[in-house]
Design a binder for this molecule. Sequence first.
Ligand code: PMV
Length: 326
Amino acid sequence: MAIAHPNIALVKYWGKADATLNVPAVPSVSITLDALTTETRVCFDASLATDSLCMNGIELAPTSEQARRITACLDALRTLTEIRLQARVETRNDFPTGAGLASSASGFAALVVAAAAALKLELSLADASKIARAASASAARSLFGGFAELPAGRSGEDVAAIDLAPAEHWPLEVVVAICAEGPKAVGSTRGMLDSAATSPFYPAWVEAAAADATACRSAIIERDFPTLASVSEASCLKMHAVMQTTRPALLYWNAATMATLQRIRELQQAGIEVFFTMDAGPQVKAICAPGCGRDVASALASVAGVSRVLSSGLGGPARLIDSSCA
Ligand code: PMV
């Protein structure tokens, strides 16, 4: 059994340099959370005719999009061995799946670690990260704990995430305001392809991304909260500007999202060190300086439309926790 945690990008990934290899067009920088967890068990079994997949207690149809992506990821690992057996995969998230909380990031990171162990493959972190990236680019970052970066690539290139700093370097706190519980309307892969093809802002977004990643990296190394807040909010708002100017428009926010952003602005004006980021869904992630999470959680819990808040610290890397059937 392997576990992995979702990660939240501060400088965002949105856009592919190579859609077939799933190589990002922009660099991204993330933090890995400790309070949300995916657990995945993989057993290769000679009695199975196809991969058999169970997610959160529900069997996935082999023809479903999720099953297809999981099998493609298992195939990438099987081709590195002589083993051609099919696998039983059981995976469970202790947080909402497919709702803008990066369940695909923790899901594919845990899958690669569990399946590689079951196949007795000794993968380097970089190789594990590349295989996870091919399935879901943000998953490449969940192989690492603390702060990680996934560089941009070019067409035909194979890129892996890199470790920037461990969680202890700067124990930021994260409060997630749940603004809607359901799954997101448009998945990130479809959305990114549409954005690249139709948003007039997409070229400017790609052009500025390297400078944002550099500023974010330095702010993390220097533990400079105001700079991290400024670059992260700007990257998030630019990504959502690209999304909103895509055709058909990608409108991931709801009224509670907007009310939460305004509450965070008030907290900032009151001197609390906090900033926001959002992904392909309505949830708002409030990133807090060490020690500020409690006040932010109680302020966001009372925002109209927020059903609940989740509080987290920064977590460790994806890892094997027992090797019975990996
Ligand atoms: O890796 P994907 O395909 O789930 O895309 C993730 C995209 C965002 O969550 C919106 C941004 C990011 O960098 O995580």
